[in-house]
Design a protein. Structure first.
Length: 176
């Protein structure tokens, strides 16, 4: 099996050593499978669509784990980087482009930032749940879980372990 984690800095493991990233834990839990990390810090779903062919489709994964949202809901120049509707549309397009890959969507943990940012993150998680439901996809819901953070957004090593502990069973269920 070929598994690709497609996401932002949460998937890439920003601020932790590679051995602590949740994608690394996933690879160790699936020793007979190839697990690739296509997480890029700062990415939004809009940027992800631009790189999806090179980083995902060209590798023809059997399983695709999609984790985005915390950059999409970030505000730049008084506007969210990607609107609610744009996020929903982009996420739906990522799912559609995944084609033959079995796709798992992952919500984000609760950030510890401003009240406005935290509320936007919850709204984007609702969109992820809606897209998963509309497409009959497995969902790993990180929002209700305790995820230790380094800076209010990025998981600490124990936070990556929490992601791995939640994602590994969902992926193993697809491999059976």
């Amino acid at each position: 099996m070929k598994v690709i984690a497609f996401g932002d800095s949460i998937a890439s493991g920003q601020y932790v050593s590679p051995q602590h990233a949740w994608v690394t834990h996933l690879g160790l839990a699936l020793p007979d499978d190839l697990v690739m990390n296509a997480g890029y810090s700062g990415d939004t779903t809009r940027l992800a669509l631009e790189r999806m062919h090179h980083d995902v489709s060209a590798h023809q994964p059997d399983i695709l784990i999609v984790q985005f949202g915390l950059n999409d809901c970030n505000v730049w120049d008084g506007q969210v980087r990607v609107s609610f509707e744009g996020f929903r549309s982009n996420l739906a397009e990522i799912v559609a482009r995944a084609k033959l890959a079995r796709t798992v969507l992952v919500t984000n943990h609760r950030p510890n930032r401003t009240t406005d940012y935290n509320a936007r993150a919850r709204s984007y998680n609702r969109i992820i749940r809606l897209v998963a439901s509309a497409n009959g996809l497995p969902l790993v819901d990180m929002e209700p879980l305790e995820v230790p953070l380094l800076d209010g957004i990025h998981p600490a090593p124990d936070g990556h372990r929490a992601y791995a502990d939640a994602i590994i069973p969902a992926v193993k269920a697809l491999i059976r």
